[in-house]
Design a protein around this ligand. Structure first.
Ligand code: ARG
Length: 289
């Protein structure tokens, strides 16, 4: 990936509202190695201009309702665009990711530098416990809990560590389908106690936990087709839900629940196993929003 992408000044926030989101421009995005099933047969096959346009469209949507910040990008780090994996930030404290994926470890100091420069307190984290940030740890401000996926990228030890750092109850969920290797690929907690998720991505006990904590009428269980379009990899800001795609049935369900689904295609990023949520990190520094 060599094409030059201008610094995204055209996506500076239009409104200074509550949410703050960190992104990384896709100058160096591509599939250069294979660390998840989506990347198989995709090495060298992303289209630079299309990726840039798709990323810019997402950033523009988000700039309409959130404050955007940018980190990097850095050549040789094709996955850095997925800032969800920078770490998990809650108000002024951050856990910087400790990548399970060796290919992504060089991103760690760059994300760390960004958090440090912004004045975040960097929480200590054991060297030998993999944790891939907000890809696997989802803040659920409505329920006041953190949902933490483990099994592929993040360690089973991560949930207890997150509780000790942030003081929020953390619910561990075991992921069992390699295509849904980060929690944010198959689970999206929403305000008001709603949850959108793909049941088959979880082991039986974890699925039972999700259902126990979500009243039946607030469960938005997606089918294979929506799951494989990364519908659950959605970003919610002020009831708008930005996503790569959604079937008419899913859009209707979200609308009925009081949300506004906004489809913004991200097919180039799906080749690397990511979509809207993976391309963003919530770095909002107030309690709730
Ligand atoms: N290729 C990247 C990886 O496998 C994609 C990361 C997607 N990020 C996410 N939060 N799900 O690490």
């Amino acid at each position: 990936m060599t094409a030059h992408v201008e610094t995204p000044t055209h996506v500076t926030p239009l409104h200074a509202r509550g949410a703050s989101i960190l992104m990384c421009a896709p100058h160096h995005f591509g599939v250069d190695y294979i660390i998840n099933p989506w990347m198989e047969n995709q090495v060298g096959r992303t289209e630079t201009a299309r990726a840039r346009d798709q990323w810019t469209a997402l950033a523009r949507h988000l700039a309409g309702c959130a404050n955007l910040s940018f980190v990097g990008p850095e050549s040789g780090l094709p996955d850095m665009v997925f800032t969800a994996n920078a770490g998990l930030a809650l108000n002024d404290v951050v856990v910087v990711s400790r990548f399970h994926a060796r290919e992504r470890r060089a991103e760690e100091p760059l994300f760390r530098d960004w958090f440090q420069a912004q004045g975040f307190d960097i929480a200590p984290w054991p060297e030998d416990v993999p944790f891939e940030g907000a890809g696997d740890a989802l803040l659920d401000r409505a329920r006041g809990v953190i949902w933490c996926g483990h099994g592929w990228r993040s360690s089973r030890q991560a949930p207890a560590l997150l509780t000790s750092i942030f003081g929020w109850e953390t619910i561990g969920l075991k992921l069992v389908d390699p295509r849904f290797y980060h929690l944010d690929t198959c689970f999206c907690p929403l305000p008001g106690g709603w949850a959108m998720y793909y049941p088959a991505a979880f082991d039986a006990e974890s699925l039972a936990t999700i259902r126990a904590l979500t009243p039946a009428e607030k469960r938005i269980e997606v089918d294979d087709i929506d799951a494989l379009s990364f519908a659950c990899n959605a970003v919610e800001v002020d009831r708008r839900i930005f996503m790569n795609d959604a079937s008419p049935a899913l859009r209707a369900r979200l609308t009925k629940a009081g949300f506004i689904p906004v489809v913004t295609p991200l097919g180039e990023f799906l080749k690397a196993g990511g979509a809207a949520k993976c391309l963003t990190l919530d770095v909002t520094r107030t309690q709730g929003r």
